[in-house]
Ligand binder design. Structure first.
Ligand code: SAM
Length: 381
């Protein structure tokens, strides 16, 4: 028999000619179900610190992906809409600090892909686009985001390498780092973690530390986007929670995971968004589902086991934060990264509301060299 190309060598041609996409699956998906189940088996806790669905699982699966795309367009959920709408402008403010020449782009959690399109378009216009590697726990999100990210651009399909993987696990980051280095060699990479995704994790500082430690080489950069607050009191915390409370589409999104992983009859009135002050570092928003039926319910979980859900018990569905200037500065020091560029926009505020904003930071590995503070304080009211 004549010598044949290996099937994998034919893939670039197939991608170019047919519009198919590939996804590299970086971890065993069945193990993920055990993780969701463990979160939902935790002891009853009416304070909201017991049962939970952790960050990645809020987005995993088709229902959650579609619900997230809808939430991002909800007029009543300004956090994401404004962050997507203003991204191109904010990116321009830091883009001249990116490494010169061709640049590979690894997007951690691309979501709907609109911000990735802005970054890729910026590189494309200058003829500097390298490989595009979106990384997400959700295969459906990867497919949706990739389509949007590449629209009207000249990125060859074979230069796009989507990876399905949970980037919050150290072993997964080792695997990702090996893959990226084998693909790009010594050329520089810009990583991104946008849309305040870092704030969704209980251990936000340890996650940033891990990402920097495992991924960032001296020639690489890391674009981090987080929500910020100038106010740090109970009133500000309540206002932060209200941003989520007011959005019907966000409510559908956060409960979609509950619909996928349990057989609970969902009552949207049992959902509360609580705003708390997290020391001097951030305002914390917890979205919690509370059993208000007056009786104990029995939930069936993905492995067909059951768990009791007593009256007033809670399931935490979502976590978010808005960081103070001090909180963000400390997080960067603790994660041993420093700023190579920064832009910070404060949103419109009514006279009785605190100033909330969005910070886009271009980071590099290694601690900052101490020096005098320069420029205005963007966190001021
Ligand atoms: C808040 S959205 C941000 C989307 C986008 N970056 C933006 O700014 O519009 C979070 C994204 O990260 C992904 N994600 C969340 N936790 C993850 C995890 N542990 N591993 C991989 N992806 C995760 C979600 O699927 C989603 O695409």
């Amino acid at each position: 028999m004549a010598e044949r190309d290996q099937a994998v060598q034919r893939i670039p041609g197939i991608l170019r000619d047919t519009g198919w996409t590939v996804v590299l699956v970086g971890e065993e998906q069945s193990g993920k179900l055990a993780q969701v189940t463990a979160g939902l088996r935790r002891e009853p806790d009416p304070s909201g610190s017991g049962k939970l669905i952790t960050s990645g699982f809020s987005y995993w699966g088709l229902e959650s992906t579609v619900a997230w795309a809808h939430a991002c367009n909800d007029l009543y959920y300004p956090v994401m809409r404004e962050s997507i709408g203003s991204f191109s402008r904010r990116l321009r403010a830091v883009a001249d600090r990116l490494p010169a020449g061709p640049l590979h782009y690894v997007s951690l959690g691309p979501g709907t892909g609109q911000k990735d399109q802005a970054l890729l378009r910026y590189l494309d216009r200058q003829g500097r686009t390298g490989y595009y590697i979106p990384v997400d726990v959700s295969a459906e999100m990867l497919r949706l985001g990739q389509r949007e990210a590449l629209e009207h651009l000249h990125v060859p399909p074979a230069d796009v390498l989507p990876v399905q993987l949970d980037f919050s696990l150290p072993a997964n980051l080792d695997r990702l780092s090996t893959l990226v280095r084998r693909v790009v060699g010594d050329e520089p990479v810009v990583y991104s973690l946008l849309g305040n995704t870092l704030a969704n994790f209980d251990s936000d500082t340890p996650l940033l530390t891990l990402l920097a430690e495992k991924l960032l080489r001296p020639q690489d950069r890391f674009l981090l986007e987080v929500a910020s607050t100038a106010g740090q009191d109970e009133q500000a915390a309540r206002a932060a929670a209200q941003e989520y409370e007011n959005s019907p589409r966000f409510r559908e999104f956060v409960t979609s995971a509950l619909m996928q992983y349990t057989d609970l009859q969902i009552d949207l009135n049992s959902l509360t968004c609580e705003g708390l002050v997290e020391d001097d570092r951030a305002l914390l928003v917890r979205v919690v589902y509370r059993n208000r039926t007056g009786g104990t319910l029995e939930l069936t979980l993905p492995d067909r086991s059951t768990v009791l859900f007593p009256d007033q018990d809670t399931i935490r569905l979502y976590l978010s934060r808005k960081y103070t200037r001090a909180g963000l500065a400390k997080m960067l020091v603790d994660a041993r990264v420093s700023k190579a560029g920064e832009t910070h926009e404060v949103g419109h505020t009514a006279f009785d509301r605190p100033a909330f904003g969005l910070a886009l930071l271009l980071l590099q590995g290694g601690e900052a060299v101490p020096g005098p503070a320069t420029g205005p304080n963007p966190f001021r009211d």
